[in-house]
Each structure stands twice: as C-alpha cells, then as structure tokens.
Design a binder for this molecule. Structure first.
Ligand code: AMP
Length: 273
C-alpha cells in the first residue's frame, strides 16, 4: 500500500480506473473495512483516507480526543490489500469556502448545527483532489450520505456515491469508533437501540398506515428512556428527503440518536412499504 501525504502527489500518480475512494477518520473497524473490501472487489484502485476533519466537530465535541490508531489502521488496510492510503497535509481543511448542505436542518443537524456543513466542505475538497469514479459511504450515517448524494447530483459532479449497509456488533449495536468509549457490558446494553428501532420497523410494516407513526415514536421513546438512554431524537421521516411522512411516503426512515454514559450513538432503519 502506498501512502500519499500531500494533495499535490495526486497529479503525479496515474491510477488504474475505475478508482474508488473511501473517506474515514481512522480508528478503523469492520464498518470501514466492509467499504474497503467492497471497493477492492469492484474497482481497480482503492484509495482510503484517514483524516479527522476539524470542520465537522462542534466546540464541545470530541475533536481533540477522537481516537487515533494509525499504526493499527495501516495494518488493517494492508491486510485488505488497499492500494493507497491518503493522509492529508495538516492544512487540508484550511481556507475552504463552506458549503451549505440541503437536508441539514433536521435529525443530527439540530444538535450538531455545523456538522454537515463541515462534512460536505471536506468531502467536496477530497473529490476535487482525488477525482474518484466512486466514493463509498456507510448507511449508518444515513443523513450524511443523503446530503452528499444530493450535492453531487445537484452540482453534476461525475463521482458516483455508493452507500453500503450498516455493520453491527453481535449485540446489534452499530459499529462506531465511539463504541470504544464504552465497556463490553455497556456495548451489549446499547444493542437495545437497534432492537428498539427494529421493533418499530416491524410494527410499521404490519400496520402500513401513517396514523401509527406518532404512537410508534412514543412507544420507542418510552422504551429507550426506560433503558437509561438520554434521547437526542427518535424520528420517523420520509427517507427520500427527510420531510414529514405523508400519504405519498414510500420509504420511511426510522432514525435515532441517544447518549449513553455521555457517548453519542446513532442508528437508523429504512422501511420501504
Ligand atoms: P468515519 O470514520 O466515522 O467518518 O466513517 C467513515 C465511513 O465509514 C462513513 O462513510 C461511515 O458511514 C462508514 N461507517 C462507519 N461506521 C459504519 C458501520 N457500522 N457500518 C457501515 N459503515 C460505517
């Protein structure tokens, strides 16, 4: 695996196309590795980046303490035969014009007001520097991939955005670098987050009616609070544009964000009726 340490190097390398790009913040786990594995299987050259993007963290968030495990990450990527690792220069996120995203005023955008603007601004820079044929994201961050897909479509950028399913721990907890802040028994307990939205998705499928949406939300909230989760949100929205569900809604997004022992955890399920 070749390590690329500066954006300028991209002008000097002739990649084998199609080129797939997997942006990450490191501390790699099976969620990230699934994206790299998929990329290796389907594209000629795979570039993974590790960059903790300062633009997407709020003032009281965990930017400075975000877990850094570069040596281990490199081993994991080498095991997958990833072709290139891009470690951007320190000033990579400096002097960029912020890009205002669509779909950012709901769900995580409420408690993390600058987050998606920071994500979109850095992804736009990555795409301009790397010019990949495809860019891979995880559905665990549903709102993120929707925002990026919308941006790429609106701006007619030729990079295709591909989203892959959420990879979970045995308990059902969605894999996340932040799970490392929890003990094994706490992680097991947090499997109840997925169990809760899975239950709601079954109810929604069976009822097939809009009128149940509010009562399902109430049921989920009670269940999560009873299990010591501090709720940021539990929402059922139209998965296509994050608007309120209507009679026309075909795809429902059940999305949740909670804190457990101060650790923020998110998850979601899409239900297509
Ligand atoms: P991050 O390092 O948290 O920025 O994540 C990098 C990429 O990995 C993003 O596209 C995430 O959506 C994706 N990702 C993170 N966790 C998971 C997971 N459990 N399953 C699938 N994709 C994931």
């Amino acid at each position: 695996m070749k390590v690329i340490n500066s954006s300028k190097e991209f002008d000097l390398i002739s990649f084998d196309s199609p080129v797939a790009f997997v942006p990450t913040m490191g501390n790699l786990h099976e969620g990230h590795l699934t994206l790299v594995r998929y990329a290796k299987k389907n594209y000629s050259d795979v570039i993974t980046s590790i960059f903790i993007n300062p633009l997407q963290f709020g003032k009281n968030e965990d930017f400075s303490s975000y877990p850094k495990t570069l040596t281990h990450d490199i081993k994991l990527l080498e095991n997958l035969d990833c072709d290139y690792l891009f470690l951007p220069e320190d000033n990579f996120a400096e002097n960029l014009i912020s890009i205002k995203p669509k779909f950012a005023d709901v769900l995580c955008g409420i408690s993390r007001p600058i987050h998606f603007q920071g994500v979109l601004t850095i992804i736009d820079k990555f795409i301009k520097v790397i010019k990949p044929d495809v860019c891979l994201f995880g559905l665990k961050d549903y709102q993120q991939q929707l925002i990026i897909k919308d941006y790429v479509n609106t701006k007619k950028i030729r990079t295709k955005i591909i989203s892959l399913p959420t990879v979970r721990e045995k308990s059902g907890l969605a894999m996340s670098s932040r799970n490392n802040y929890l003990s094994p028994s706490e992680r097991k307990h947090c499997g109840k987050i997925f169990a809760c939205i899975e239950n709601l998705s079954k109810d929604l499928r069976e009822s097939k009616t809009l009128s149940t949406v509010e009562s399902l939300k109430t049921k989920g909230l009670i269940h999560l609070k009873k299990n010591d989760f501090e709720i940021d949100y539990l929402e059922i929205l139209d998965a296509d544009d994050l608007s309120f569900v209507t009679k026309k809604t075909m795809n429902f997004l059940i999305a949740v964000a909670v804190k457990y022992r101060k650790v923020r955890l998110i998850d979601n399920i899409v239900v297509s009726l």
